[in-house]
Structures are given as C-alpha cells and as structure tokens.
Design a protein around this ligand. Structure first.
Ligand code: MN
Length: 290
C-alpha cells in the first residue's frame, strides 16, 4: 500500500500514476485532546485502518496534486550521521567542507535529532536560508516507525517498521551541531509517499539516486550502510522510546554536493518511487502551505 497526503490534508492511496482520495479513513483515527500524544495518529492507527482504506472511482493523476509529507505529525526525526563508508571517506578527504569534529565513525558519534518543524513534502520547495554558506543535498532511505518500543533487539526491529519513503536531509555545512545545521524550515523532505513494509521485502538492497538539474550526484545501494536498519533501530531504542510515526533517516551515501536557489533535485529509491523537489531562496519564497 502506498499512502500519501496531498493538497489540503487529503489522504491518498497511490496506485500507478493515480491517487485516490481515501480521507474518510482519517475519521476512524481515535480523537485526541490536549495534551496530545507524541506519536503520529495515522501511523499508530494504521494496522486497524488498513481495511477501511479502499478506493472508489478513478482518482486523479498524481501529477495534478501537491504532495505533502506522508507523515504529518511525527514525534521525532532521528538520523544517522556518516553511515556509508564512501561518504565517510569523501568527508575525511575534504576537511574544508566537512568539519573535523563531525567526521567520526557512527558508533562513536551516535545518532542526532532533526526538528519536526523542518519537515515538508515534495510539493513544497526547499528554501535556502543561508545562501552565503554551503548547503548540501543528502538522499537517504527513510524508515517510518510503526510500533512503540524501547530496547528493541535488531532481530525484532522489523516488527516496529510501518514503511519506507525517500528522505532528503538538507544540511548547512560548518562547525555547529548537526541538529542546528539540519533543522532549518524545509530542510527535511519526506516523500513521495509511504510504502508499507509488506511491499518492501528487502530494504537492505535498494538502489538510491539523486540528480541535480539532470546531472547525477548520488548513486548507491542500501547494502552499503555501515549500520543497517535493524542495527539503527536497536541503537536508537536503547536511548529513547520509538513511537509510531517517528522517522528514521538512515544516512546518506557518497556524492553529496551543494544546492542553491533555482536548482531542481530528482531523488529516487528502488521499490519506493521518485520525487522532484525544487530549491528556492527563503527570503523570496511564498509562505508554506498550511
Ligand atoms: Mn544525513
């Protein structure tokens, strides 16, 4: 099942190149009152909602809608730094760009958090806030947590995965902490939809790619992750509880490079899909969709 949000918070079921409005299923999510839970209500309810997500009619072409992030209320976005060997090497080889303090083995650095307010979908542009500083694209396989858990052993990690999406971890290079440099508004892109885990039999063997303005930048396969998805879930859940809707960015491979206003990024991951994301200047851009 491929689920998206589009236009003004419509829930969509994607089949082929069409999207079907299945927003009625949102009425089945248990109502919440303040204080709100720190998980995503749709992802938490998904196991019981799946039967209610059925299409009627012909839908509309995907190209006619504006895709939002497929998870709208994640409690947290946690991410792996330098989790591909060749990316580690390119960072080691370029100390002028990659601050020496940040280039270490992932087992030593641990994970980092991105602000949930940085999250957008592919229908919205990345807005460059500091055009005077190098800002990079990072394409990553994103994992959406489906079930709460703490101290999850790697061997049981798959039970806690709701599905997968493409993630872009947009990053300002420099000396500050990662969480600051990667948490700017629009600097986390998730899309084009959530592919439920049952449709991704082997997430450890997916080609991923990113082009900028039609030129190849990143080409890799998730088999080259240093810490694979089960290891990342075990690592993270030894420190904090994972909740439904939490987003795990698994790390970017080699080939990261700068983007600037006017650029067009095309990202794709085998078995998930493809998405085009434009880049604008934050000072010139329109207000985000609400
Ligand atoms: Mn990253």
């Amino acid at each position: 099942m491929r689920l998206c949000f589009y236009d003004h918070n419509r829930l969509g079921l994607v089949e082929g190149d069409r999207v079907h409005d299945v927003s009625a299923a949102l009425d089945l999510i248990p109502a919440a009152r303040y204080p709100f839970p720190c998980h995503d209500g749709l992802i938490a309810a998904l196991p019981t909602l799946r039967g209610a997500i059925t299409r009627s009619g012909d839908g509309v072409p995907l190209g006619s809608v504006r895709l939002r992030a497929p998870v709208l209320n994640p409690g947290k976005i946690f991410a792996a730094p330098v989790n591909y060997r060749k990316h580690l090497q390119e960072a080691v080889d370029d100390p002028a760009t990659f601050s020496r303090a940040h280039v270490r083995q992932i087992q030593e650095t641990g994970l980092f958090l991105k602000a949930t307010s940085s999250l957008i979908g592919p229908g919205e542009p990345v807005r460059i806030a500091h055009p005077d500083r190098r800002t990079d694209h990072e394409v990553e396989l994103a994992v959406v947590i489906g079930k709460e858990g703490r101290n999850i052993p790697a061997g049981r990690a798959a039970e806690h995965v709701a599905g997968y999406a493409i993630g872009l971890d947009i990053t300002v290079r420099g000396p500050e902490e990662r969480s600051l440099r990667k948490s700017l508004d629009t600097y986390t892109v998730l899309g084009p939809w959530l592919v439920t885990a049952d449709e991704v039999p082997d997430p450890a063997a997916l080609d991923l790619a990113l082009d900028v303005n039609g030129q190849a930048r990143q080409r890799a396969n998730t088999r080259d992750l240093i810490l694979d998805i089960p290891a990342l879930i075990e690592f993270a859940s030894a420190f904090y509880t994972l909740h439904p809707g939490d987003i795990l960015l698994t790390g970017t491979p080699e080939g990261v490079g700068p983007i600037m206003a006017g650029d067009v990024m095309d990202a794709r991951i085998e078995g998930i899909g493809a998405m085009r994301v434009t880049v604008e200047d934050a000072s010139a851009g329109p207000a985000p969709v609400s």
